[in-house]
Ligand binder design. Structure first.
Ligand SMILES: C[S@@+](CC[C@H](N)C(=O)[O-])C[C@H]1O[C@@H](n2cnc3c(N)ncnc32)[C@H](O)[C@@H]1O
Length: 306
């Protein structure tokens, strides 16, 4: 029988703490449920969220054998208490508290300078964009609005022969992306450019990937409090959320190779995008891991619509 919450608290203040990692996860998962925090920045349930924070404080990995039986020290319990104070009290996303997030199986450093990686682009990249992409090597990739660099890094690793250019308007975000590029050893194949969407970008790319901001500006304040820890630049995009998408659709065709593919994420804004561009034959892949709203358009489709 696991200890009750009150027992855990008293154990924490009375000398050696016979509290296991599993006990602590159970306790804090209950607390997260009761507090009604929002999930969606890396996990989608209280148990996984509690496990992420407790294991991090304990210096353990999810797949460490026997991790649940490890007894927590007083220092670790204090750290856990502080983590959940931030998670529940401040509604800080867990990824910012522990400074890391996972994308396409890759570890990324994250902090409030960058959006927390969660795009369904991970699934498209890991499946080579098949069957939507023309078979053959992807050699030139452009990512617009790279944030932590997660999409650019995953793409560079998926296509080892590729050269990747990734942009962001935020110099602060690019600092985080540079740290992640270094951590993944991609300095020779991934370049970052500070740019306003496609302004000043040249060349022809086999793949243009972008997860730009797409929340209608007036709706940002109504999002769960966790989102308000993220950079506003990563969320809001004009009155209908499509300001960035419109500019990208206008400028991207000139930067696509003849067999190129544009992949543009607009999330729940996909019906609005379809309505705004009835002449474009958008393809909308479905995702096994969840998420929605990535439009695919070939260079030929874009050229035919102009
Ligand atoms: C939704 S976030 C995506 C971040 C990252 N690619 C990901 O998927 O986690 C959008 C990113 O676009 C950047 N951004 C916003 N407006 C921009 C603009 N006009 N030009 C370039 N980047 C912009 C933001 O700074 C942010 O990093």
């Amino acid at each position: 029988m696991p200890p009750a919450a009150s027992e855990i608290h008293s154990m924490q203040s009375e000398g050696p703490a016979p509290v296991s990692v599993a006990d602590s996860i159970r306790h804090w998962a209950d607390q997260l449920e009761q507090a009604g925090v929002y999930f969606g920045h890396g996990t989608d349930n209280a148990w996984d969220e509690a496990a992420t924070l407790v294991l991090s404080a304990a210096g353990l990995d999810h797949d460490t054998p026997g991790a649940g039986d490890v007894r927590l020290t007083q220092a670790q319990l204090a750290q856990i208490q502080a983590y959940f104070g931030r998670r529940i009290g401040e509604r800080e996303p867990a990824a910012y508290i522990i400074g890391e997030a996972w994308f396409a199986g890759l570890r990324m450093n994250v902090d409030p300078r960058v959006l927390i990686p969660r795009s369904p682009f991970a699934e498209l990249i890991l499946t080579d964009f098949m069957p939507w992409r023309t078979a053959g090597p992807v050699r030139r990739i452009l990512e617009i609005g790279t944030g932590s660099g997660c999409i650019a890094i995953a793409a560079a690793l998926q296509w080892p022969e590729s050269q990747v250019v990734a942009t962001d308007i935020s110099a602060a975000a690019l600092q985080v992306a540079q740290a992640n590029r270094l951590a993944h050893g991609l300095e020779d194949r991934l370049g970052f450019v500070q740019a306003d969407l496609l302004d000043g970008i040249s060349g022809h790319y086999d793949l243009i990937i972008t997860n730009p901001p797409y929340v209608p500006a007036a709706q940002v304040q109504d999002l769960p409090a966790e989102y308000l820890h993220e950079p506003g630049l990563g969320l809001a995009s004009g009155p209908d959320g499509l300001a960035s998408a419109r500019r990208i659709l206008q400028d991207a065709p000139a930067l696509l190779a003849p067999d190129g593919l544009l992949a543009l994420e607009v999330g729940v804004g996909w019906p609005a995008l379809e309505a705004a561009f009835p002449q474009l034959p958008f393809l909308w892949p479905e995702f096994e891991a969840g998420g929605e709203g990535i439009a695919l358009l070939t260079a030929a489709d874009l050229a035919a619509a102009q």
